[in-house]
Structures are given as structure tokens and as C-alpha cells.
Design a protein around this ligand. Structure first.
Ligand code: NAG
Ligand code: NAG
Ligand code: CU
Length: 669
């Protein structure tokens, strides 16, 4: 009988776990907070006697990531191990202070509560408080006079809030700037800025605290700015015939809760109000024996820094941290079937807590689809065998997870593309409209000495700026203990008389010991391979299993001087790659509180601790970036500009062959 006991216990736990999972409404420890969990959090906080948040005082409500070890233990046998404790992390503004709370969702209680005490920084602006502040100019006499003076109709004026940044001043108020635009004859309001005015509002007092109308500059004309198809006349420009991709059989992927399984891949899809899409526990199965091998514990775009290069009075502060200051969750766009994603896509919804703490549904903000774009995954032609020509090739079919975040004038398209070869390709596409400055110039020849942009239309300057997208990639290649290896390619002189060659190149590998060894600038030093290996897992051939990060052309690094304030706040953008040891609280490279921050809490500061990163759980921070010098083609809308990189297996798959009927890599054993 004794031998049966574990089985009985196992079954009992299975039943208990099943009941528990059903009752608590979630099945996976990394599932995003459900709308009912968000409502529960709202009522726990509202009924707490010692907290009275501002009317729109909820600035972040998200999953407090469970202990990683507990998640991995659970994953090793979900029917046997209990789910880790379910908690939420909440950031509130109350009584002029920022509060951090941990909410225990297993027994609906406040597990911890503390005030944020660091010197600088405020939480993300929420939608509702921005809307409240945006009503102010329309009741503010000096602004009405400014509108009048420019001969504009007030009903055509719309305003936006812009994070104010930090430029060395002492400031104890939470402020934003506002800029206004003219719509009416066109919806392309970003092409029609009202220039010359500075409006500063206090977010807590909800009042305008500073106003200046410095100079009147004509608002650029509406003509030629409209982009809606309904307002355009044929012909619509060059266009081929319609193209449709069909899947004659069923889809090749399926969902188990929020876990997606496709070909040799499986991963969890989550959604967070700060970063939007989160991919977790991505791993591949070894074909025949179906063993799960981990690749990525958690990955997401963690910050998007967009500094503009016009130092003038009304423009100098435009140095946005789109994720840390605004958050991507609320601005995730509903995707249009057949246009934003192909007809064979499946969609997922997202939820976030609004400023009042209530759950808000975002429909179809993530799409997942199999992509066949007519590409080849591998091929070979053999002509050396006399009398025969052998050609083999396979089509490239991959799985894409896509989300689109709208950040004012820009729309960003983020793709995670999983390939059967084991590669993950990450890409960020930039489109939407430029942020333009109105000007008196109507011809580029008049712009002598004005060095801040390109004249893209009459009276319209597309201002120079950068886009730096920083990914947080907690790689777990065959387990959490990994090392970062920089394999440098070195030229060696060929010695002696055994070869007529004078030189060749070889690989000299360095394993990074501490964080100081893993701050790598794009295009610095000799060519190198960036490898993430598991020193404890070797292939049969004796190579450590690994993944390599393949850099792409989008390798811009910040050009602002180091003592410039926005650069201090984003000093991590001076390097393309950082590796840190896993630390639960190090989630966002620009810090937890980015709005008006001084840069005391960011990736570069953490890295200065110079912690050990060898053969331990490490996190890779990789920044792709472009310097954007606008051109006339970016007006009135900007054609998509793509940047990206690839995580590609490196001695990860052991002995292998190509399966005849698929492109899946198979393990022979
Ligand atoms: C809730 O559960 C946690 C453990 O998960 C425990 O530490 C805490 O004391 C409990 N709180 C209440 C109010 O029961
Ligand atoms: C980082 O730590 C290593 C090992 O302790 C040491 O050799 C190195 O000088 C340190 N680097 C910096 C920049 O502190
Ligand atoms: Cu741009």
C-alpha cells in the first residue's frame, strides 16, 4: 500500500489545485490581472481606512511577479505543485505622496504598504488625470486670447499633455506641459501645431501654474495633411492586386489558457499596463522526446526613449520616456482583422486599471498568426554528383505575436516572431506622424543656421530626434544559470613557411565575470559574437549550449553629451547591451518613477554595483535605436520604418536532421 500513497496524495493535490484554480479564476502564475482581480484591488484600497487616493490616484496596477523559483517549480509539474501566492503591485498618489502597495489576492488583504521616498520621480501619468488637465486651457482667459490673436476657431483647437522632464531645477510639484494643435479641416492635427506658447499645469491641483505666449508663428495649412481613405480621391497611388494567405487546414497553433503552443515552441502571453505585451516561459520541445527546454523566462519592451533635438524655449523639454512616463497598456490599439494582422490571426484582449482603479477592457490588442511571406527557411542545390541535380528547399512559416502601441503622434508595431529553427526575431516598426514645429520658412534655402530639422512641407519642420527601444530579456538557456560570452574576432598573423597566407581571423572568447564586463556599445571594438551560454549544459560534442544575439542595423547610441539632463536620465542608452544579475525589482531600465526623474534609479546605476554575472541567472538589456532625420516622405504620414534583432540558437540543438515533412528541427538523441 505504501507505494500507492504518493499517487493518492498526488491525485488529492490535483483535485485541490483544480478547485483552487477554478475558484481563483486563473490558471497560470504569470497571467495578467483579471478584471475581477482589478475590481477587488480597487475595493480593498477604497475600503482601507488609512488611504485616501486622489480621485484619479491609481497609477499602476499590475501583477507582482511571483518568486521566480516558485514559478519554475510550479512549471516543472503544474498538477503537483501549488500555484505561487498571487499578489498585485499597486502605485497610488494620495495626500501629495506616492504609495506602493502589495495586495495579497489569495486572502484579499494589503500585504505591505510604504511611501516612495527616493529623491525624484513620479509614477506614470494616467489617462483620466491627463483628460482633466486638458480641459484647463479652454477656461483660461490668456489662452483664449492667444487663440483669438492667431485667428483660430476655439472649437478646432485640441491639446495634449507632454511630460515635462527634468533640467536641473528643484521642483516639488508634479507638472506637465501642454501643447495645442488645430484640427477641423483635417484630423492630422500633429501637422498643425500652435507654436510659441508654453503652458505648465499642476497635476495634483489641476490648475495652470505657468503660461507664456512668446511668439506668434503661422499654423501650417491643412491642405495635403489628410490621411483618411474616405477623404481621398482615386487614384490612391501605386498599388498591386490583392494578396491573401490561406491556411487550407486548421491553424497550426492552439491556446491552453494564455499559453500558446505552435510547432516546437510554447510560451505564455501576458499583458501589463506599463509595458503592454509580455512573453514568458518561452521554450522549445525537442522533437521526438518532447522535452521542454527553456529559452526565455520573461521578455518585453521595457522603455522607449525619444529625445528631440530642438533646444528652443517651447521644444527643449521634449525628451519622452514613452513607457515610464505614460505606459503602453492604455494606449494599446485594437487591431483590425485583415489589415493590422492577416486573416488567419487570433486575437487576445487586455485589461488595465484606470485612474479610478476600475478595470478597462482593451479589445484585440494582441494578435497571433502564422506567417508565410514567401520566404525560404533553407535550401540546397547539389550539382556535383554526375548526371544529377538535387534541389531541396523548405518554405519559411513562422509564428508572430504582435501588438501596436499608440504614443501620441507615433504608432509603434512590436512583433515577436518565433521560428522553427529556434530563432526569435524581435522587431519594432515606427509609423504615424512626425512631431513637427511650425515655422515661417517655406523653402529649405531660407533655413541657414536653423539646425534642428528638415523642412518637410511649407511652414513645417520635421524635428531631428531619436528612438531608443530597450528590451528586457531574461534569457534562461536550458535553465536559469547562464553566462555572457563575448566572442571577439581577431586578426592573427600567419607565421612560418607552411602557408603562403599572411593572416587569418580567429575567435577569442571572454566570459564576462561582472557587470563591468558586460556594458557593450554598438559598433565598439573588434567584431564580436554576443553569446548567452549555459556553462552547465554541454552538447554531446562538448559545446556549451547557448543563444546568440544578432545585432541589426538599428544600432544608434545616444549623441547627447553626458552632462545633458535627459541623457543623465537615460544614460543606459550610451551602450547597446547590458547584462545584470536577475533581480526582481529591476524591471524598467529608466527606473520605477520616471516622470521628472533625475536618473538616480536606472540600469546604468544598477550596473555600477558591478555584481557577478557568471554562471548565474542573468538578464540582458538590449537597445535598438535610430537617429531620425525626417525627410519629405515622412509627411503627412510616415511610412513604416523597421528595426530589430534576432536571438538565434548557438550549439543549442544537438545532433539534428531535417524532418522531411516540416521545417522543425529534430533531435536524433
Ligand atoms: C494573507 O496571506 C499571507 C500569506 O500568503 C499572510 O502572510 C497574511 O498574514 C494573510 N493576511 C491576512 C489578513 O489573513
Ligand atoms: C568589477 O569587479 C571586478 C572583479 O571584482 C574587478 O576586477 C573590476 O575592476 C571591477 N570593475 C569596476 C569598473 O568596478
Ligand atoms: Cu521618428
Amino acid at each position: 500500500m505504501a507505494s500507492c500513497a504518493p499517487l493518492v496524495v498526488h491525485l488529492l493535490l490535483l483535485v485541490l489545485c483544480y478547485i483552487y484554480c477554478i475558484c481563483s479564476g486563473h490558471l497560470h502564475p504569470l497571467d495578467a490581472l483579471s478584471p475581477s482581480e482589478i475590481s477587488t484591488i480597487q475595493s480593498i484600497i477604497k475600503s482601507s481606512s488609512h488611504l485616501s487616493p486622489n480621485p484619479f490616484g491609481f497609477h499602476y496596477v499590475g501583477l507582482d511577479e511571483p518568486d521566480k523559483h516558485a514559478v519554475l517549480t510550479w512549471q516543472s509539474d503544474p498538477s503537483f505543485h501549488p500555484l505561487p501566492p498571487r499578489r498585485a503591485f499597486v502605485i497610488l498618489r494620495a495626500n501629495g505622496q506616492t504609495h506602493e502597495l502589495k495586495i495579497d489576492l489569495d486572502n484579499n488583504s494589503i500585504a505591505s504598504h510604504r511611501q516612495h521616498s527616493a529623491k525624484s520621480g513620479y509614477p506614470m501619468l494616467n489617462v483620466e488625470e491627463q483628460v482633466a488637465v486638458l480641459a484647463l486651457p479652454f477656461k483660461y482667459a490668456p489662452f483664449l486670447e492667444s487663440v483669438n490673436k492667431r485667428g483660430l476657431a476655439l472649437r478646432d483647437v485640441v491639446c495634449g499633455t507632454f511630460a515635462i522632464g527634468w533640467f536641473g531645477e528643484k521642483q516639488d510639484k508634479r507638472l506637465v506641459k501642454m501643447q495645442c494643435f488645430v484640427t477641423g479641416e483635417t484630423v492630422n492635427l500633429y501637422m498643425r501645431p500652435i507654436e510659441g506658447i508654453t503652458i505648465v499645469a499642476d497635476m495634483e491641483a489641476v490648475e495652470i501654474v505657468e503660461y507664456e505666449d512668446r511668439v506668434v508663428i503661422p499654423v501650417p495649412a491643412a491642405a495635403g495633411t489628410e490621411y483618411r481613405a474616405s477623404r481621398q480621391l482615386p487614384p490612391y497611388g501605386p498599388r498591386g492586386k490583392p494578396v491573401v494567405v490561406t491556411q487550407p487546414e486548421e491553424k497550426g497553433f492552439n491556446f491552453e489558457g494564455n499559453v500558446v503552443r505552435w510547432a516546437n515552441w510554447n510560451f505564455h502571453v501576458g499583458f501589463d499596463s506599463r509595458v503592454g505585451l509580455v512573453i514568458s516561459l518561452a521554450g522549445v520541445n525537442n522533437g521526438k522526446d518532447d522535452i521542454h527546454r527553456s529559452v526565455l523566462y520573461r521578455g518585453y519592451l521595457s522603455e522607449l526613449f525619444v529625445p528631440y533635438m530642438d533646444p528652443s524655449e517651447e521644444w527643449y523639454f521634449k525628451t519622452y520616456f514613452d513607457i515610464g512616463e505614460y505606459g503602453f497598456g492604455p494606449y494599446s490599439s485594437s487591431l483590425k482583422a485583415g489589415i493590422d494582422c492577416p486573416h488567419n490571426a487570433e486575437y487576445m484582449d487586455g485589461y488595465y486599471a484606470n485612474g479610478a482603479g476600475s478595470p478597462v477592457l482593451l479589445r484585440n490588442v494582441i494578435c497571433i498568426f502564422e506567417r508565410y511571406a514567401g520566404d525560404i527557411s533553407w535550401r540546397h542545390t547539389e550539382i556535383a554528383i554526375p548526371g544529377r541535380i538535387i534541389t531541396e528547399s523548405r518554405e519559411e512559416v513562422s509564428l508572430v505575436v504582435r501588438t501596436v502601441a499608440n504614443s501620441g503622434n507615433y504608432d509603434y508595431v512590436f512583433d515577436w516572431e518565433f521560428k522553427t529553427s529556434g530563432s526569435i526575431k524581435l522587431s519594432a516598426g515606427l509609423t504615424g506622424t512626425l512631431e513637427v514645429r511650425a515655422t515661417d520658412y517655406t523653402n529649405a534655402q531660407q533655413m541657414i543656421g536653423d539646425q534642428h530639422g528638415t523642412l518637410v512641407a511649407p511652414n513645417t519642420i520635421g524635428v531631428f530626434h531619436d528612438h531608443f527601444a530597450t528590451y528586457h530579456l531574461d534569457l534562461d538557456v536550458d535553465g536559469p544559470e547562464n553566462s555572457f560570452v563575448k566572442a571577439n574576432l581577431r586578426t592573427v598573423r600567419a607565421e612560418g613557411c607552411t602557408t603562403p597566407r599572411k593572416s587569418y581571423w580567429t575567435v577569442v572568447s571572454e566570459t564576462a565575470k561582472t557587470e563591468a564586463d558586460a556594458r557593450i556599445a554598438h559598433n565598439e571594438g573588434p567584431p564580436s559574437e554576443l553569446l548567452f551560454v549555459n556553462p552547465g549544459v554541454k552538447t554531446r560534442l562538448g559545446n556549451a549550449v547557448g543563444y546568440r544575439l544578432i545585432r541589426s542595423g538599428a544600432a544608434a547610441t545616444a549623441l547627447m553629451s553626458e552632462e545633458d539632463y535627459p541623457q543623465k536620465r537615460a544614460d543606459y542608452t550610451k551602450k547597446g547591451l547590458w547584462v545584470t544579475p536577475y533581480h526582481k525589482s529591476e524591471k524598467w531600465p529608466s527606473g520605477v518613477y520616471v516622470d521628472m526623474s533625475h536618473g538616480e534609479d536606472n540600469l546604468a546605476v544598477w550596473s555600477m554595483r558591478n555584481r557577478s554575472i557568471e554562471n548565474t541567472d542573468i538578464v540582458v538589456w538590449y537597445t535598438i535605436g535610430v537617429h531620425h532625420v525626417p525627410s519629405q516622405e515622412d509627411f503627412p504620414l510616415m511610412p513604416m520604418l523597421n528595426m530589430g534583432f534576432e536571438l538565434r540558437p548557438y550549439n543549442f540543438f544537438r545532433a539534428q536532421s531535417r524532418d522531411r515533412d516540416s521545417t522543425v528541427w529534430q533531435t536524433l538523441g
